[in-house]
Design a protein around this ligand. Structure first.
Ligand SMILES: NC(=O)c1ccc[n+]([C@@H]2O[C@H](COP(=O)([O-])OP(=O)(O)OC[C@H]3O[C@@H](n4cnc5c(N)ncnc54)[C@H](OP(=O)(O)O)[C@@H]3O)[C@@H](O)[C@H]2O)c1
Length: 264
């Protein structure tokens, strides 16, 4: 596995000196590591992190106990009212956000497993996957858009997956996840076009984190070359570099952890 670099206090150097940041889907995996590395940034003034049940997210609670800048809040992507409530809560403390990272994703959960063949496809798995991977991040864009109507540097990023690329699909399978991530990519691109009119200094990105050692990838790691299975700290360090350096040329792009532009 690749080395896990230390968090960089200057990882958001291109952002304002008192940046307000939100990580959506932060209870574990890549989202939790985003929280850790963002709290190490000297210019992060306030950090909100969401998950469905912050009361049982021990890692988030411990971080909140140790740092007054940090606020875990409850948000369920399948419940639009909860997204709207968090957007109101964040805006009541200040009129703007500078970085929002949609991290939540769903590949498997109990009976829900990625399909190997058409015979495995079920309406329930399709619905659940689309709710979390596609509609959820779009509803987040809907409710948080007002917080990006400012002139300071800002980024709105959604974690996608290379398997959501239609042009790159050579292996097949994983219908619900692939389809939902492809839909998420289309939504992100469409949000980028609207933000260019309504939130003009915000760069909108779809990001592929690379195969990262989290609960989401765990059952599928056996055939992954260890060199290409990243610790979350490696992934987030790399993604923060992509986010920090993203400018107008990257607006609306689908980028990998190393900055490579991926085909839709
Ligand atoms: N790991 C990889 O190899 C890999 C590769 C490519 C792309 N990605 C993408 O990267 C992102 C992060 O993945 P990960 O590996 O960190 O996944 P993970 O460890 O399984 O974490 C998933 C996160 O999604 C949240 N979540 C699930 N359902 C939710 C819902 N209905 N409402 C709100 N939050 C919900 C979970 O929070 P709670 O359950 O606590 O609410 C959790 O924080 C995902 O979008 C994934 O598709 C990951």
């Amino acid at each position: 596995m690749r080395p896990a670099p230390a968090a960089d206090p200057a990882a958001l150097a291109s952002f304002p000196s008192a940046a307000r940041v939100l990580v959506q889907g932060a209870s574990r995996g890549i989202g939790l590591e985003f929280v850790r590395q963002l709290l190490a940034c000297t210019n992060v003034a306030e950090l909100f992190a969401t998950c469905r049940d912050p009361g049982s997210a021990d890692d988030l609670r411990q971080l909140a106990d140790a740092d007054a800048r940090f606020h875990p809040v409850a948000l369920d992507l399948t419940n639009e009212a909860s997204i709207a409530r968090v957007a109101r809560e964040v805006s009541s403390g200040g009129p703007r956000l500078h970085l929002l990272v949609n991290c939540a994703g769903l590949l498997h959960d109990g009976d829900l497993q990625p399909e190997k063949r058409l015979a495995d496809v079920t309406p329930d798995a399709l619905r659940r996957s689309f709710e979390v991977n596609a509609s959820g991040p779009l509803l987040v864009a809907k409710h948080f858009q007002p917080l990006f109507r400012h002139r300071e540097r800002a980024v709105f990023a959604s974690l996608s997956a290379r398997v959501g690329s239609i042009g790159d699909n050579r292996l097949g399978g994983w219908y619900a996840y692939r389809g939902a991530k492809a839909a998420q990519n289309m939504f992100t691109r469409t949000v980028a076009i609207e933000f260019a009119r309504t939130a003009r200094s915000t760069v909108v990105l779809a990001l592929h984190p690379g195969t990262t050692d989290t609960g989401l990838s765990k059952p599928f790691q056996a055939n992954v070359d260890p060199e290409w299975l990243f610790p979350p700290a490696y992934t987030v360090h790399a993604l923060l570099k992509v986010i920090d350096s993203a400018g107008p040329d990257e607006h609306g792009a689908f980028l990998a952890f190393d900055g490579e532009r991926l085909p839709w």
